[in-house]
Design a protein around this ligand. Structure first.
Ligand SMILES: *Cc1c(COP(=O)(O)O)cnc(C)c1O
Length: 455
């Protein structure tokens, strides 16, 4: 198929002007967030103490299929979008597969990932509401970096709570955020009540995403003029990330390419949800069929070994309850897990789609993920983020299956970002010091037994 270029670009004018809300086409809607105090669905009013008003509307709207992208956000997108769909000719050749492999590359911006797509949207609505600033948590630092870029652009204050072990291991991420004007505090910290409580209970803890979320939410609700923003998991984030899938579909349609399999890594589910949304919409409406595969780390296997239940999104248990595939909010992945995707839960929207068997999931071990990353980097040139490499692993596996069967399947996967800040993990891999840790059934039973009781 030599008529398909290595890179399929859209023009700036072809950047979609609406986000697509897959919930509108779902028969079984994702379960609502619950107030942890009353066990009742969270009202818009309750939510607006934590989140910006416009984002609350997007969060609760299960019916509107398309949301216009405000001009200012679309102009910001033009600085780094459209992102290319790349035909992985070199990888196909290396694998000797008859399959066609395509990837949508989201790493072409300073934050190095897709997270900027939602960061600019969330910062924009905060600004529109006249807020002073926003608070958030960051794990490895991609979300904090993306949000600091967006806040700097719009002149908003930003307070980031960064998981302590990442704060120490990734000083360069921290400095990028500070360069964009954000204040960065290692979490758990003694700057919040919940942080002090966690420190007292677990002295010496190196933190977790759930912990950092608790702190960021506390700071938002106790400081006038501030709201909390989250970089994944929420419905609104999937909505903003639909830009990935809409662009990918438009680009592939130009060349008459219809993917058979669409693959993405899944942490909280935002890039995967965004990539598959328009394709899933077609499947839900009965227009076309696709196989969707979520790839998660074997050390944090929410879909493949979790339960579908209401759970807290944070360790401090101050956030709303979400119904999702979860390992329990007290679950913390093994310290030797290097590859991101560490959140204990999963997007409610994707959880419902998975529960309805509209999507598959596989868990992969980190050494095999880094093997895939290394092969990809050597033939395709891009140094992939470890998170993205989960998707690469399964794309390669599916392409190798085609080699056995001779099938010419078309595989599309999301290459969410670059791995320049993950070189400590690459170093471990290169030194042969990386190991796999798979939690035991007992490990999981322990955190799952602590799920909140919800009728
Ligand atoms: C944050 C991140 C992910 C995982 O988050 P999702 O919300 O599951 O998409 C994947 N890849 C990269 C590069 C990231 O920064």
């Amino acid at each position: 198929m030599s008529n398909i270029p290595y890179k399929i670009y859209l023009s700036e004018e072809e950047i979609p002007d609406k986000w697509y809300n897959v919930r509108a086409d779902m028969k079984n809607k994702p379960a609502p967030l619950l107030n942890p105090g009353t066990g009742q669905p969270l009202t818009a009013e309750e939510m607006s103490g934590i989140f910006c008003e416009e984002l609350v509307k997007q969060e609760l709207d299960n019916d509107t299929a398309y949301f216009p992208i405000p001009e200012e956000i679309r102009n910001f997108y033009k600085m780094y979008r459209p992102s290319p769909v790349v035909r992985a000719y070199c990888l196909e050749k290396k694998l000797g597969t008859p399959a066609e492999i395509y990837y949508k590359f989201e790493g072409n911006n300073t934050s190095g990932s897709h997270k900027l797509n939602s960061a600019i949207a969330q910062a924009y609505y905060a600004k529109q509401q006249g807020l002073k600033g926003v608070t958030t948590e960051t794990g490895a630092g991609q979300w904090g970096t993306a949000l600091s870029m967006a806040c700097a652009y719009l002149g908003l204050d930003l307070k980031v709570y960064m998981v302590k072990c990442s704060y120490e291991q990734k000083p360069f991420r921290r400095e990028v955020m500070r360069t964009y004007g954000a204040s960065v505090t290692p979490s758990p910290s003694n700057t919040t009540e919940v942080g002090r409580k966690i420190l007292a209970e677990f002295p010496g803890t190196t933190g977790s995403l759930g912990c950092a979320i608790s702190e960021a939410v506390e700071v938002a609700v106790t400081n006038p003029g501030y709201r909390y923003v989250l970089g994944s998991v929420l419905n609104q984030v999937l909505l903003h990330q639909s830009i990935i899938g809409l662009e990918a579909k438009k680009a592939l349609d130009k060349y008459g390419v219809t993917p058979d399999i669409i693959i993405g890594c899944a942490g909280g589910g935002s890039n995967l949800g965004g990539l598959i949304s328009p394709f899933m919409g077609e499947k839900l409406r009965g227009e076309k069929d696709y196989r969707f595969i979520a790839v998660e780390p074997a050390s944090c296997p929410s879909f493949t070994r979790g339960v579908y239940a209401y759970d807290f999104c944070d360790t401090g248990k101050i956030c709303p309850l979400a119904k999702m595939y979860t390992l329990g909010s007290s679950f913390i992945p093994s310290a030797n897990h290097a590859g991101g995707l560490r959140f204990h839960g999963m997007s409610s929207t994707l959880s419902q789609l998975y529960d309805d068997k509209l999507m598959e999931a596989v868990a992969v071990e980190q050494t095999s993920v880094f093997e895939a990353a290394e092969m990809f980097a050597r033939v395709e040139g891009i140094l992939p983020a470890p998170e993205s490499s989960h998707a690469i692993r399964v794309a390669i596996d599916e392409a190798l299956k085609c080699k056995e069967t001779g099938e010419k399947k078309k595989i599309l996967f999301g290459l969410t970002g670059t791995g320049y800040f993950d070189l400590v993990a690459y170093e471990k891999f290169n030194n042969g010091e990386m190991s796999d840790y798979i939690p035991t059934d007992e490990d999981l039973a322990k955190s799952i037994s602590q799920l909140p009781k919800v009728k």
